[in-house]
Design a protein around this ligand. Sequence first.
Ligand SMILES: *[C@@H]1O[C@H](CO)[C@@H](O)[C@H](O)[C@H]1NC(C)=O
Ligand SMILES: *[C@@H]1O[C@H](CO)[C@@H](O)[C@H](O)[C@H]1NC(C)=O
Ligand SMILES: *[C@@H]1O[C@H](CO)[C@@H](O)[C@H](O)[C@H]1NC(C)=O
Ligand SMILES: *[C@@H]1O[C@H](CO)[C@@H](O)[C@H](O)[C@H]1NC(C)=O
Length: 213
Amino acid sequence: HIQVVNMQNLVLLAALVFIPGVTPYPYGPPLGACMSMFPKGHGVDAQKSPPPFEILVNSTSYREADVIQITINTTGLQGVSYYEGMMIQARRSACDLDKPTKSHGKFSLQANEWFLDTMDCENNPQSAVVHKNHSHVESNVFYWTAPAPTGHIYFIGTIVKNKTLFWTNVLSPLIKDVNSNEEVKACSGVTSIHGCPLTSIIILLFSAILFLR
Ligand SMILES: *[C@@H]1O[C@H](CO)[C@@H](O)[C@H](O)[C@H]1NC(C)=O
Ligand SMILES: *[C@@H]1O[C@H](CO)[C@@H](O)[C@H](O)[C@H]1NC(C)=O
Ligand SMILES: *[C@@H]1O[C@H](CO)[C@@H](O)[C@H](O)[C@H]1NC(C)=O
Ligand SMILES: *[C@@H]1O[C@H](CO)[C@@H](O)[C@H](O)[C@H]1NC(C)=O
């Protein structure tokens, strides 16, 4: 009898150990993916080719409390016509940051959103957008409310076509903080943090040049 009770305790203990590892988003990424934005569980590397997705924005500058509309779009490059998962964050573009992996501002979703959810990365409420469903979608719209002046930012995404085919470092144009005197440029630090492909850096630099004109 005692042994049976012990078995039950063991099962209970095992359950307690495993429950915290279960994400509240049955299909979405775990909190542990916030900093790297890399889907480790997929067991393969990210694609090195230019991403067949784009992160479009309705404004390339912000003031505190501005709302920016973000559209994820599938461009059809490489025959990719949909995605089934993603994580998007807003990160600082400057170099020499204390916390380069911190996500800034607050995301919000359209009413009746069924594919996306927000996630509280590093306890910052709604600091990432993730999928919560594995349907195949071509496009999504969601919103970002700007924080107090934080410096220039960009949106960065990991977008997943399927388990073995995904792109990291999908970048939006730079979003300029209108109150910042910071130089508008892409940080080389992005490369070291994410192993940013050269193409993404070029796109980011190109965006920076557009701002400087
Ligand atoms: C961008 O979209 C948001 C949400 O729809 C809107 O509140 C904001 O005014 C738009 N910004 C611009 C510059 O059109
Ligand atoms: C999304 O990409 C497709 C294919 O390149 C393009 O035709 C469409 O205009 C894009 N949508 C937006 C909102 O830019
Ligand atoms: C995604 O959500 C839609 C709408 O609620 C549902 O019909 C579909 O079965 C879901 N798909 C998956 C793979 O969860
Ligand atoms: C992912 O899609 C590619 C083609 O786009 C296919 O070759 C590959 O087998 C798919 N992987 C999985 C796990 O379905």
